[in-house]
Design a protein around this ligand. Structure first.
Ligand code: IPM
Ligand code: MG
Length: 360
């Protein structure tokens, strides 16, 4: 059966890295007869330039009709002065929300070849393999009311609302417990239950849901401590589950443990495992157009797509092994470069992955 993939490269380095991921998917598609079909659309600033909205109906329809979405990144200097309602980020957030992609999986794995690229001591990060499960369609990112208002005294006031309903917490809890069951059966829920009622409820619902997963050991940590523990002793964690905003922050921290944010893929899944796959990094306008961005996070996101949405673990594993080979052969984009390695461009890194795939 044809597997329909909506491709939304977005802005900045998005177009460059997505091109490499599609190149890899094209190869694996013909090599393994996967019957993948790609259709392209605009999102973010690129969509704004064309349709005066970062989230055009055509792109939503394309994403809805597809079995999976591959997204690059959104945003850039050019659109920073726009009203927040039409900023490129709204395209990404709209897609997450409209497709109900509430479970965001962000694995942080340290490739042994990159132990030196991490700013932390090699012994602190060697063998690191964490899965951050971030709630993606609720919390303060979407809570109402929100805005900037003028008070009676003439002063402006900005406000956002942190809100989670029980059902929203429960469904992400189930996702996280089930992921923990497939790994080391340890789940750490991160909240700020000592201050925020909303996350006091988060903790209660985690505990309640945990009763259905007696084989998983559930622990809780305040987000400030979790941020500290992630850089102090990250290997204590296996699966972490947290709110939308805490997950945004902690996943960037976890990314740097692995040497570069350019290495981290993600999957955003709905209740039926339909998903959107994107690198966790942004559009990096400072290096856009230079051909030096690291495409590996996007290539690894494509592997996650094959695994989670299409149940093609063998194809996913081939891509992951090929990424390993490309690193073994000392190929390094600028973000993971160290002395003695071979500095390669975005396109050359994609080529290195394909030549590894050819060899296996
Ligand atoms: C991420 C990004 C997005 C987020 C931005 C671009 C809206 O930082 O995917 O982590 O905050 O979720
Ligand atoms: Mg982020």
């Amino acid at each position: 059966m044809t597997k329909k993939i909506a491709v939304l490269p977005g802005d900045g380095i998005g177009t460059e890295i997505v091109a490499e991921a599609i190149k890899v998917l094209d190869f694996i598609n013909s090599d393994m007869a996967l019957d993948l079909e790609f259709e392209y659309g605009l999102i973010g600033g690129a969509a704004y330039d064309e349709y005066a909205t970062p989230f055009p109906e055509q792109s939503l329809a394309l994403a809805k009709a597809a079995d999976a979405v591959i997204l690059g990144a959104v945003g850039g200097y050019k659109w920073e002065a726009l009203d927040i309602s039409v900023r490129p980020e709204k395209g990404l957030l709209g897609l997450r929300s409209e497709l109900q992609l509430f479970a965001n999986l962000r694995p942080a794995i340290l490739y042994p070849q990159l132990a030196d690229a991490s700013t932390l001591k090699p012994e602190v990060v060697a063998g690191l393999d964490i899965m951050i499960v971030r709630e993606l369609t609720g919390g303060i990112y979407f809570g109402q009311p929100r805005g900037i208002r003028v008070l009676d005294n003439g002063e402006r006031q900005g406000y956002n609302t942190l809100v989670y309903s029980e059902s929203e917490i429960r469904r992400i809890a189930h996702s996280a417990f089930q992921i923990a069951q497939k790994r080391s059966r340890r789940l750490c829920s991160v909240d700020k239950a000592n201050v925020l009622e909303c996350t006091e409820l988060w903790r209660q619902v985690m505990i309640e849901t945990g009763k259905q997963y007696p084989d998983v050991e559930l622990s809780h940590m305040y987000v400030d401590n979790a941020a500290m523990q992630l850089v102090r002793a990250p290997k204590q964690f296996d699966v972490m589950v947290t709110t939308n905003m805490f997950g945004d922050i902690l996943s960037d921290t976890a990314a740097m443990l692995t040497g570069s944010i350019g290495m981290l893929p993600s999957a955003s899944l709905d209740a039926n495992n339909k998903g959107m796959y994107e690198p966790i990094h942004g559009s990096a306008p400072d290096i856009a157009g230079k051909g030096i961005a690291n495409p590996l996070a996007t290539i690894l996101s494509a592997a996650m797509m094959l695994r989670y949405t299409f149940d093609c673990s063998d194809a996913a594993e081939r891509i992951e092994a090929a990424v390993n080979c490309a690193l073994d052969a000392n190929n390094r984009t600028a973000d993971i470069y160290s002395t003695g390695m071979q500095k390669v461009s975005t396109v050359q890194m994609g080529d290195a992955v394909i030549s590894a795939l050819r060899g296996n």
